[in-house]
Design a binder for this molecule. Structure first.
Ligand code: 5AD
Ligand code: SF4
Length: 362
């Protein structure tokens, strides 16, 4: 079997069967995969990890994804929205530390008030600095016109996770209605590319009834959609969600963690010059989880800079780390671990995905 993995790793083009075999590799074979991913990362995007300050802007959400702790139907959640002034304060924190980029993530809303507010906020963020601030939005599916307005106001990157590329599985983890539509989700990625964003997607790993074939298809989906960025993490159950009832069919948490690292490594091998985030959900399972992601091919970390008083309320899943990323002590430690993993922090750079430069037109 080891020979088999070695010969797959030598191939130029990987097919579905190759991907399934890589994802099913045993621990000693997995080391070969990580080594290959690290080599490709070094050759194609360099040994740099970029920080993006993550702002969880609001947990108000109009959607009802079955897995998510802040879904509209969860009445136990206390809803909050961070004010513009508070956002500007933490953006300044990120700029002072020379991170260059931030991510604004929020529950999903499509109303005019929300759209206007984001537009205004983006302008204020860009006015903070004479140098362009890298702004990634993760604000869900929107109209093309909204993507255009936000791009104009200063955002350059956008993430919409497809969550799974298997349509049947998609409708097992989402209600089947107009708000949660598999085709529209995929269309959003195309619209974003057309609008001119660096476009990212991602999936959850270890969902109930998800197979290795599904995960291989997820990787092929990312290749087919020619995405520039990816953030994928383990599925972690939340007891106040409908999906919790499938708890007894889940892989053990440690296996979901390992499988996520493998997905990161195999994606790096498949799409050499994309940006890959080492997701916060990895850290929820293992305190050093994100650093392991860096070792396996990821090159972006998003330290949470949301004002601390809101942390408890953005509970997407069980055990989500409530870490005070603001402390210099924490960042120093993170940097040390990144260095141990063989990377330098890409200070003062936007760290845009190289893939975007070479992407074929949508
Ligand atoms: N486990 C892991 N990730 C989750 N997300 C939401 N709920 C969970 C969960 N229970 C992720 C989804 C979503 C992002 C905001 O958080 O992938 O796109
Ligand atoms: Fe809302 Fe996103 Fe959670 Fe779905 S995953 S319920 S869209 S915050």
């Amino acid at each position: 079997m080891q020979n088999k993995i070695t010969s797959i790793l030598k191939k130029e083009n990987l097919n579905r069967e190759d991907l399934i075999l890589l994802l099913s590799a045993n621990p000693s074979e997995t080391e070969l995969i990580y080594k290959k991913a690290a080599e490709i990362k070094s050759n194609h995007v360099g040994n740099y990890t970029y920080f993006r300050g993550l702002i969880e802007l609001s947990n108000v959400c109009t959607k009802n994804c079955y897995y998510c702790g802040i879904r509209k139907g969860n009445t136990k959640v206390q809803r909050y929205t961070v004010t513009d002034d508070e956002v500007l304060q933490v953006v300044r924190y990120a700029l002072d530390r020379n991170w260059g980029s931030i991510v604004i993530q929020s529950g999903e809303r499509q109303d005019a008030k929300f759209i206007d507010r984001i537009e205004g906020l983006l302008k204020k963020i860009q006015a903070l600095s004479s140098i362009k601030v890298g702004v990634t939005l993760s604000l869900g599916e929107q109209k093309i016109e909204t993507y255009d307005r936000w791009l104009e106001a200063g955002a350059t990157r956008y993430l919409v996770r497809v969550e799974t590329s298997n349509e049947d599985l998609f409708y097992k983890i989402h209600p089947k209605d107009k708000l949660h539509d598999f085709e529209l989700r995929k269309q959003a990625l195309k619209d974003l590319q057309k609008a001119g964003y660096m476009t990212g997607t991602g999936v959850m790993i270890g969902l109930p009834y998800q197979t290795m074939g599904d995960l291989a298809d997820d990787l092929l989906f990312m290749k087919e959609y020619d995405i520039d960025m990816c953030g994928m993490g383990p599925y972690i159950e939340h007891e106040d969600t409908p999906l919790y009832r499938y708890n007894d069919v889940l892989l053990p948490v440690k296996e979901r963690f390992d499988l996520t690292l493998k997905m990161i490594a195999v994606l790096r091998i498949l799409m050499k010059d994309v940006n890959i985030t080492s997701a916060t959900a990895l850290q929820a399972i293992n305190p050093d989880g994100r650093e392991e992601g860096i070792r396996c091919g990821a090159n972006v970390i998003m330290p949470n800079i949301t004002p601390v008083k809101y942390h408890d309320a953005y509970n997407l899943y069980k055990g989500k780390p409530q870490i005070v990323a603001e402390t210099d002590e924490y960042i120093r430690k993170l940097e040390e671990q990144i260095n141990e993993a063989g990377d330098e922090v890409g200070y003062g750079e936007l760290g845009d995905p190289l893939h975007f430069k070479y992407r074929t037109e949508p």
